[in-house]
Design a binder for this molecule. Structure first.
Ligand code: S3P
Length: 169
């Protein structure tokens, strides 16, 4: 099989499994894994929470846009985006330009269950209780769906596996 060169971009709400599956996918396809949140943290020498706190969300969104544009000159990457990345600054168009996008669509109740344990490092939800978190997930997914839905492929499951992604690519 000829080695795949075109980038793959994983998209989806917080807790949808972009990082875990992105790492597995990169390994399986011998591609290079890039986690946008981690890259931004490294570049800024600060956690995402600190960036939000010190510079605000708008600044963070501009960093995401800049980074997505930088992938135009790259190939053989598996990129995990941040959950909000496709939904600002026409980023979904850039995502579809730089690679084959895959939307990891996970039911809201499953997202909520995962985020209850993983909320501390995510500034948008860090201070929410379970009820607030469920309402936030429902409202945000509804708003973001129009962007997520523009991905080239969608995988829809409460437990997305590496095989599910390989099947759509
Ligand atoms: C965000 C998702 C996070 C991170 C930031 C904002 C969002 O990434 O980029 O906290 O707006 O949904 P993950 O989806 O990797 O948690």
């Amino acid at each position: 099989m000829q080695k795949r060169r075109k980038n793959i971009v994983l998209v989806g709400f917080m807790g949808s499994g972009k990082s875990t599956l992105g790492k597995q996918l990169a390994k399986k396809l011998s591609m290079t894994y890039v986690d946008m949140d981690l890259e931004i943290e490294r570049n800024e020498a600060m956690s995402i929470s600190e960036i939000f706190e010190l510079h605000g969300e708008k600044y963070f969104r501009s960093l995401e846009t800049e980074m997505l544009k930088s992938f135009r000159s790259k190939d053989t990457l598996v990129i995990s985006t941040g959950g909000g990345a496709p939904c600002f600054n026409n980023n979904i168009d850039v995502i579809n330009e730089v690679g084959d996008s895959v939307y990891l669509k996970v039911p809201n109740t499953e997202l909520r269950n995962r985020l209850i344990v993983g909320k501390a490092t995510r500034p948008l939800i860090a201070k929410m209780n379970e009820t607030e978190l469920m309402a936030f997930v429902d409202a945000s997914v509804q708003k973001r769906e129009e962007f997520y839905a523009q991905c080239k492929h969608t995988v829809n499951s409460s437990n997305i596996t590496l095989q599910d992604i390989l099947t759509v690519l």
